[in-house]
Design a protein around this ligand. Structure first.
Ligand SMILES: [Zn+2]
Length: 66
């Protein structure tokens, strides 16, 4: 699978982990000028929401995973 994140400012990352392998999203993002932040947790400390921030223009998107 291929995973691409592209910001309006032109900052872009494409990740292509080998099939059925684990991808450490945070580490990959940080090599290309993006940042990963988890922002909201529920009572059991399960992540509910995370953000991908662009370091170049400070834009971000929030993604829900609950
Ligand atoms: Zn940007």
């Amino acid at each position: 699978m291929k995973l691409t994140i592209e910001c309006e400012c032109g900052n872009k990352i494409t990740m292509e982990p080998p099939s059925r392998k684990y991808l450490q999203l945070r580490d990959h993002l940080e090599t290309k000028g993006f940042r990963f932040e988890s922002s909201e947790y529920d009572k059991k400390s399960k992540m509910k929401e995370f953000r991908i921030c662009c370091d170049k223009c400070r834009n971000y998107i929030s993604l829900g995973v609950d």
